[in-house]
Write a protein that binds this ligand. Structure first.
Ligand SMILES: Cc1cc2nc3c(=O)[nH]c(=O)nc-3n(C[C@H](O)[C@H](O)[C@H](O)COP(=O)(O)OP(=O)(O)OC[C@H]3O[C@@H](n4cnc5c(N)ncnc54)[C@H](O)[C@@H]3O)c2cc1C
Length: 432
């Protein structure tokens, strides 16, 4: 049984087929179909209950690379991990990376993923030069942003619903080393975060903050945390040595290891970790992909799984809205190990259903605790909707249909581009 990263929902598929060659007709398996990359989405956007999944990680060949321009064409099942291993020694870097490198190019396009550099670089789709898309009628569409703007806007952020992306042509960004220069600073309240962020975003291409969503700052409100910013280094440090850690959670604990006590203690200790106000050299992997250091970390929540709640709030509502969300979470006692706060830049998104938009995005993980979690999410949803915000489909396993429709007002226009033989659990849930 294929599950997504948060292991909710646990559903059976009628068929699961592994694709290994591009340029072929779609397989004869029960319809509707859905492509599945590395399953790093948290919910049913990459699942197709009762229907068929097309596993794409076997479609992972490099097709062309120009070392002079950094333009790369590859099959859509290629992972960012493989791309990084190829490109970094050659002086190139994916222009946008999410918080894990274990995603495919197809998954990065279909969710139009964002990274810690959104305020300067936009989202993944902003750097895609061309796509090939296999439709269920056998056609192969060659899509460029200039040649087919409507198909491009539907497929970037299109949640895998416009067909099977076979290849992606991407403009890589030049880098001079695998290392970054990074600094970090503790802040005691959200007010301090906004001040730090205004400065950080002006000068640094990558910025992000971790929030302690359980322990209050000196003003008695939650909102303290650690702010970090980085840029690619121009040289590697003289004694450059970095070895990928091989830690792993080997099996499912019988119950979730995440509870009120472990969360409070983790947050407290994390907040007290050493910070480095003066920029220092850090390898790109631990800085950009800290969670990749522990394989299968999602097992700590036990077999019942967990939810991620990621919202975006528009600029005018961001400050009050983020504080209201954190106050509500703190009052519920259901915190998160990993509360991440980041602002998006002002650039218009390339996809009709792209999640990134101007404002602030807050992402938190929650153990699944039945009705208590549902009641909390209903309160958080009300704050997000009141602010005119939206939830991220890639991180969602439960948003109400009305919330999707108000957060993604182009959804009806988008529906015209959905392949009649493609669907997903998410799409059926939010459009039923
Ligand atoms: C630890 C962690 C950190 C993360 N951090 C971020 C972050 O910072 N920013 C962010 O934006 N996201 C983040 N994510 C989410 C992740 O980047 C996205 O969910 C991404 O889309 C997953 O890619 P995947 O290859 O695993 O695709 P899957 O999860 O398998 O599928 C995702 C979607 O892509 C579609 N798809 C996949 N391949 C194809 C194809 N060839 N053709 C058509 N459609 C296709 C699927 O149908 C599905 O709709 C994070 C996830 C994890 C686990």
């Amino acid at each position: 049984m294929t599950v997504s990263w948060n292991r909710i929902p646990q559903v059976e598929h009628a068929a699961e087929t592994t694709l290994e060659r591009r340029g072929r007709a779609l397989p004869e398996v029960p319809r509707p179909l859905l492509a599945h990359g590395l399953g790093r989405s948290y919910g049913d956007v990459c699942l197709n209950p009762g229907a068929s999944l097309l596993h794409t990680p076997g479609l992972d060949r490099f097709v062309a690379f120009d070392p002079a321009t950094g333009i790369l064409r590859a099959e859509a099942g290629l992972s960012l991990d493989a791309l990084l291993r190829f490109a970094v020694p050659r002086g190139w870097f994916p222009p946008v990376v999410p918080g894990t490198r274990f995603v495919t190019l197809g998954g990065a396009v279909a969710n139009d993923v964002h990274g810690k550099n959104h305020h300067q670089a936009g989202s993944f789709g902003d750097h895609v030069l061309a796509l090939t898309l296999r439709r269920s009628d056998g056609q192969l569409l060659e899509i460029t942003p200039q040649g087919h703007p409507e198909w491009f806007a539907a497929t970037v952020g299109g949640l895998g619903l416009t067909g099977l992306i076979e290849t992606v042509t991407l403009q890589l960004a030049p880098v001079r080393s695998a290392w970054m220069r990074a600094w970090s600073e503790r802040f005691d309240s959200l007010d301090e975060f906004w001040e730090l962020n205004a400065r950080g975003e002006r000068e640094w291409p990558y910025t992000v903050a971790w929030i302690d969503c359980l322990n209050p700052g000196r003003d008695g409100r939650v909102g303290r945390g650690i702010y970090s910013a980085a840029r690619h280094a121009t040289t590697a440090p003289r004694k450059a040595a970095w070895r990928e850690p091989r830690r792993s959670i080997p099996l499912d604990p019988p119950v979730s290891l995440v509870n009120r006590f472990t969360l409070r203690a983790f947050n407290h200790l994390y907040y007290r970790q050493p910070v480095h106000a003066t920029p220092r050299a850090v390898h790109h992997q631990p800085w950009l992909f800290p969670l990749d250091a522990i394989r299968h970390w999602n097992r700590i929540y036990g077999h019942q799984g967990f939810y991620q709640y990621q919202c975006v709030l528009p600029p005018h509502a961001a400050q009050d809205g983020v504080q209201a969300l954190l106050d509500t979470i703190a009052a519920s006692g259901q915190g998160s190990f990993l509360a991440v706060l980041k602002t998006f830049g002002a650039r218009a998104a390339p996809g009709m259903l792209s999640f990134p938009r101007p404002g602030a995005t807050l992402a938190l993980d929650f153990p699944k605790k039945g009705q208590a979690t549902e009641r909390l999410f209903a309160r958080l949803d009300a704050i997000v909707q009141e602010a005119g915000g939206a939830l991220y489909p890639a991180k969602d396993a439960r948003m109400p249909a009305t919330m999707f429709r108000t957060g993604f007002p182009c959804w009806e226009a988008f529906a015209d581009y959905v392949d009649p033989e493609f669907s997903s659990g998410f799409w059926r849930r939010v459009t039923a």
